[in-house]
Design a protein around this ligand. Structure first.
Ligand code: PLP
Length: 424
């Protein structure tokens, strides 16, 4: 049994300059985390340091010119610690969507015409549209249904569609539209049994839980640093052998055509790479504080990887308690409908709902006027909104937890929705 877990939210908030901002005399409640988190001072400082002291294209015969390659490698090592892999298995681009589009272009060269691709309705467009596009380009893309009652993947449909001619399976680890967490490890094993490659969208999952890509054994995984305290940068993991086999579109220079440099599409975003490295260091610094509480979860881990897992585990423990209060509080308000999987099922601390008699735009506007940042609409989880029958009705309202969100933020939000419904 480790030390008792008691999360110091004020110590976290002190590190985020945005937490000092107010609307109407109250601190802003940042419940828009699933759209992107706030950024700690140390990440901002690191980006400024790069732009002031280290700014140069790589390859110049001067101090800063020699740094680019080193900073890029540091970023790969940091992302590898975040995901649990080797640094040679990491690549970067401006977003997860861009990484998937690049991957799709590479696959289009590799697959035989007619190759079968499976995607599913739980996906964000990032891990849906690239595969639908390949379907328009002569491949055979099929969409696995979601079960609108359990709000999870329809396993009967998945099993029926996963046939020996399937070459790629896209999977969503956690839905930004509903908070549903999918048992991707099980589905990846099934996909591998028929010889298919797998690509996991971990953009929403990575903001709340530690990731071990080797444990789930996916071939490819994408996530985005701006969802976990970093800048707008897409991170892609790909198994080493697959990187070497993949014919990426790039500028065909011999010296960038090997290893993770095969992902390069021009000059890397060095300032964002340094910011991402610092975001990983931020998570690890929190983990160092709480590692003693999670001895079981950290068995066999060392160094920064251990602290990253401890940090993400601490965030999960803190956020899941507040999210449950938020769901329970909303459900108790007449006319409020909370979506997402049943209590007890795996889920992220993201809470989605609608309010009878109000559009989602009106609800989020009312919250925004009170300094409570939410999101509304489809958040690019378009297939979910269509399946749930709310796409043409303004989608849903979304509130998401982050480690700097407080009990008071939750109480204020519930009070505001109660007042809205009461017509106060
Ligand atoms: C689940 C999920 N996948 C993919 C994305 C897209 O990520 P990016 O903006 O890096 O392309 C998002 C962004 O909200 C997301 O929540």
């Amino acid at each position: 049994m480790g030390k008792e877990f008691k999360f110091d939210v004020e110590a976290i908030r002190a590190q985020f300059p945005a937490c000092k901002l107010e609307v109407g005399g109250a601190p802003i409640a940042y419940l828009d985390g699933p759209g992107g988190t706030q950024v700690p001072q140390r990440v901002l400082d690191r980006i400024v340091k790069y732009l002031v002291e280290e700014n140069a294209n790589e390859g110049g015969n001067f101090k800063a010119g020699r740094l680019g390659e080193i900073l890029e490698e540091e970023a790969r090592v940091a992302a590898a610690d975040f995901l649990g892999c080797e640094q040679g298995e990491i690549g970067f681009s401006n977003s997860s969507t861009q990484n998937n589009v690049n991957f799709a272009h590479a696959l289009a060269r590799r697959f035989e015409p007619g190759a079968k691709i499976l995607t599913n309705q739980l996906e964000h467009q990032c891990n849906y549209a690239p595969w639908i596009h390949l379907g328009m380009d002569g491949f055979n893309t099929e969409v696995v249904k979601m079960d609108t009652v359990t709000q999870q993947i329809d396993m009967d449909d998945f099993k029926a569609k996963l046939t020996p001619d399937t070459k790629l399976v896209s999977l969503n680890w956690a839905s930004n539209g509903l908070g549903t967490v999918t048992d991707v490890k099980k589905l990846i094993a099934m996909a591998h049994e028929v010889g298919a490659l797998t690509v996991v969208d971990a953009v929403h999952y990575a903001a709340h839980f530690p990731i071990d890509v080797k444990d789930i054994d996916t071939d490819v995984l994408v996530c985005s640093a701006y969802k976990w305290f970093g800048p707008h940068l897409g991170v892609i993991y790909m198994k080493k052998d697959l990187i070497e086999e993949m014919g990426f579109y790039n500028v065909m220079c011999e010296d960038i055509a090997t290893g993770p440099r095969r992902f390069h599409m021009g000059t890397p975003q060095y300032e964002l790479l340094t910011g991402m490295t610092e975001a990983v260091n931020f998570v690890a610094s929190v983990g160092e504080e709480y590692a003693d509480c999670f001895e079981e979860e950290l068995k066999g881990l060392t160094g920064r990887r251990r602290n990253v897992v401890a940090g993400m585990t601490a965030f999960d423990h803190y956020e899941s308690g507040l999210a449950k209060q938020l769901r329970d509080g909303l459900r108790a308000i007449p006319g409020v409908h909370v979506f997402g999987p049943a209590e007890g099922e795996a889920r992220t601390p993201t809470v989605v709902f609608t309010v009878d008699g109000f559009t989602t735009d009106e609800v989020s506007q009312m919250l925004g006027d009170r300094g409570i940042n939410s999101w509304h609409g489809d958040y690019y989880a378009v297939q979910i909104m269509k399946a749930m029958g709310v796409y043409d009705k303004g989608g849903m309202v979304r509130l998401g937890l982050a480690p700097y969100v407080t009990q008071s933020d939750i109480d204020r939000t519930l009070y505001a929705v109660r007042q809205l419904v009461a017509g106060a």
